[in-house]
Design a protein around this ligand. Sequence first.
Ligand SMILES: *[C@@H]1O[C@H](CO)[C@@H](O)[C@H](O)[C@H]1NC(C)=O
Length: 216
Amino acid sequence: MVIGFIALAVFLFLGLDADQASPSPSFSAASGGVKITYGSVIKLMHEKTKFRLHSHDVPYGSGSGQQSVTGFPGVDDANSYWVVRLQPGTPAKQGDSITNGTIIRLQHMRTRKWLHSHLHASPISGNLEVSCFGGESESDTGDYWRLMIEGNEKTWKQDQRVRLQHVDTGGYLHSHDKKYQRIAGGQQEICGVRDKRADNVWMAAEGVYLPVTEMK
Ligand SMILES: *[C@@H]1O[C@H](CO)[C@@H](O)[C@H](O)[C@H]1NC(C)=O
């Protein structure tokens, strides 16, 4: 009787598991070597300062007046999650790995707006402004970023050093220890800078990494 019950429980457990339509994502802190795929939800860490790329429903008080993007000092903030999305019309699909040179879009998870840049001046340093703009069905080429992996690996993985180059302006996603004083006190400026510098290197840190889909 007891054995029968256990067998049933095991059956139900396996049955439930097999019913899941999609592979279960793995939460991962810093295990390294995990591939970043389309649909993964990640935090991007600025290598030099360890601040996370962040946005929130607060507009810039200068430049475009669009939703502001900052560098955030804490690790645990839900406004630092970004969904790695495709360029519209690309043949790739959710779960595909991403190779060097690919153009991606980063969608801010909470507000559904896209990481965006353009020729407006950034608030503190007067470089290229980086904002969040558009929405689920509203996106343009100002949301396109080219993945550039440092080192020899061709496929994007967690903990790799990468740069993101904005396609329209050529600016690299950049941060530095220039901090906001008032509304976003303690947070630092994010902007675009056209020179390759040590301050435009990023790494995928915490996130929900969708496993790579198997080739059939
Ligand atoms: C990625 O591509 C860029 C040019 O787009 C190149 O400079 C860099 O060396 C490449 N990285 C790898 C790992 O192949």
